[in-house]
Design a protein around this ligand. Structure first.
Ligand code: FAD
Length: 451
């Protein structure tokens, strides 16, 4: 039986970053994915804030990894088109071709000595205490079972959490997100057959080539349809996402319809569709000999279903938490990963989940009223897009209060959620062991139940 320090299940962005991190720290690493090398993880274009790369210690994406290297302005158009809010993108975000980013991270891991195998996890063998000792994997189509002994198994298998569901302590603490906590999104890069209608669309909303246009709430509260343009206007990215359990079309159906309604859109260059967990991260991220990262841990900024940046940061925190331990699966050291992740990002992600739940129930008219009244303003939009806490400065709070006084009815609808997000931002980040059960309960109450 082969033996390695760490088995990472899933070679998406989070798993590849974990594999590279452990290999760099001198551990022997086996990286498994049921898909072939070069086809793992997200296969579309994602918006990732610059600060996430910096905090994760991952080199910023170069030109060849980007849809375009000079993002313009992000414009969110209120339902009905009467109001909009905008923020500048250059220097703060990247439109990342995930095929390239995942490829870079996997190659980095391999270059540092990690081994990749195209295999599907089928079983974990546990010792009597419930700690994984062996990973059993097979060829993606079945057959050729093999066992490998390991001291740490990292679940980076995405929303499905294939490791998580096989370990009793995690199975009990981490319930798979239900349908109301799943967004189904699709993103495709499409040829532009005729630039005229695209130019008119941009002009109609005060936007220019190179800008992004987002239309929220076209399929229920949480949904969005976003068009990302290039300066040359020969290609656009179209992202569509919704929560289909709300009884609406899913992202794939939204995108298909948009293509039919806009015959200036041509063939798809590449892209894909998948569900995203849009709840706050699990309260528990590890157990003896096992840890979760990325979508498997629900490490997602729920307000817009973004998990790449936070997943890369989690990868770094995990590797660092066990760096000085002989045994990378040591439960106490892994608990430091839970603690640091929670301290640094727990509040932000819980607040984002609370806002997601609020937006999920909103009618298009209410969203239009919030934008129209200036309660969702440039500061708010800009922070949300950049996955930053929604804390307004004193001057901004004053301006918001005066706008709220002018639109009291819609402000009253928003006020409880605004107060909750501010409270969660602080509360979710507290990481006192003794107070943890109490805090978890308070966060649960404030965010709302998981479905
Ligand atoms: C259309 C769309 C648009 C999005 N837009 C954004 C965005 O703009 N910004 C952003 O930050 N995020 C965005 N997201 C979310 C983002 O793509 C995910 O959060 C991110 O890809 C999660 O990375 P991961 O490594 O945790 O998991 P994944 O990328 O899901 O990778 C998991 C890997 O595990 C493998 N695997 C699964 N089961 C097994 C098994 N049993 N054995 C072996 N291997 C297995 C899979 O083959 C896969 O390669 C979007 C998602 C979608 C669907």
């Amino acid at each position: 039986v082969q033996s390695v320090d760490v088995v990472v299940v899933g070679a998406g962005s989070a798993g590849a970053a974990v594999a590279a991190g452990f290999a760099r720290a001198g551990r022997s690493v086996l990286l498994l994915d049921k898909r072939p090398l070069g086809e793992t993880g997200a296969r579309w274009v994602n918006l990732v804030p610059r600060w996430c790369f910096e905090e994760a210690g991952v080199e910023l994406p170069g030109r060849e990894e980007l849809f375009h290297d000079r993002p313009g302005t992000f414009v969110m158009v209120a339902p009905g088109g009467a109001a909009s809010v905008r923020t500048r993108g250059a220097g703060r975000f990247f439109h990342v071709d995930m095929r390239r980013l995942v490829g870079r991270l996997v190659n980095e891991a391999l270059g540092l000595g990690a081994r990749f195998e195209e295999r599907r996890l089928v079983e974990l063998e546990l010792d009597p205490s419930g700690r994984p000792t062996h990973v059993v994997h097979e060829r993606p189509g079945g057959g050729g079972r093999e066992r490998v002994r390991t001291r740490l198994v990292v679940d980076a298998s995405g929303l499905g959490g294939r490791v998580r569901e096989r370990v009793p302590v995690l199975r009990a603490a981490c319930l798979a997100p239900g349908p109301l906590d799943r967004c189904v999104a699709a993103q495709y890069q499409l040829d532009v057959k005729d630039r005229g209608p695209l130019l008119s669309l941009l002009e109609r909303h005060g936007a220019m080539p190179g800008d992004d246009l987002a239309f929220p709430s076209t399929e229920g509260g949480y949904s969005t349809l976003t068009i990302t343009t290039h300066h040359e206007l020969d290609e656009v990215g179209v992202l569509a996402g919704s929560i289909p359990a709300m009884g609406v079309r899913d992202g794939g159906e939204m995108l298909a319809r948009f293509r039919v309604e806009n015959p200036w859109l041509g063939a798809a260059r590449f892209g894909g569709q998948a569900p995203i967990p849009v709840r706050r991260p699990f309260d528990r991220l590890s157990g003896p000999g096992v840890a979760l990262v990325g979508d498997a841990a629900c490490q997602v900024y729920a307000s817009h279903g973004s998990g790449v940046g936070i997943g890369l940061i989690a990868a770094r925190l995990l590797v660092e938490a066990v760096r000085s331990c002989d045994d990378p699966g040591d439960a106490k050291a892994l608990a430091r990963y839970d603690e640091r992740f929670r301290q640094q990002h727990g509040g932000l992600l819980a607040a984002s989940d609370a806002f997601r739940r609020f937006s999920q129930r909103l009618a298009p008219e209410t969203i239009a009223a919030l934008l129209g009244a200036g309660l969702i303003d440039e500061g708010f939009f800009s922070r949300a897009l950049e996955q930053r806490p929604l804390r307004p400065s004193a001057a901004e709070a004053l301006a918001l209060a005066s706008r709220a006084a002018r639109a009291p009815a819609v402000a009253m609808r928003f006020a409880p959620t605004a107060a909750r997000t501010l409270l969660l931002d602080r509360l979710g980040a507290i990481s006192s062991r003794a107070a943890q059960p109490l805090l978890d309960r308070a966060v649960r109450e404030l965010v709302g139940p998981s479905h």
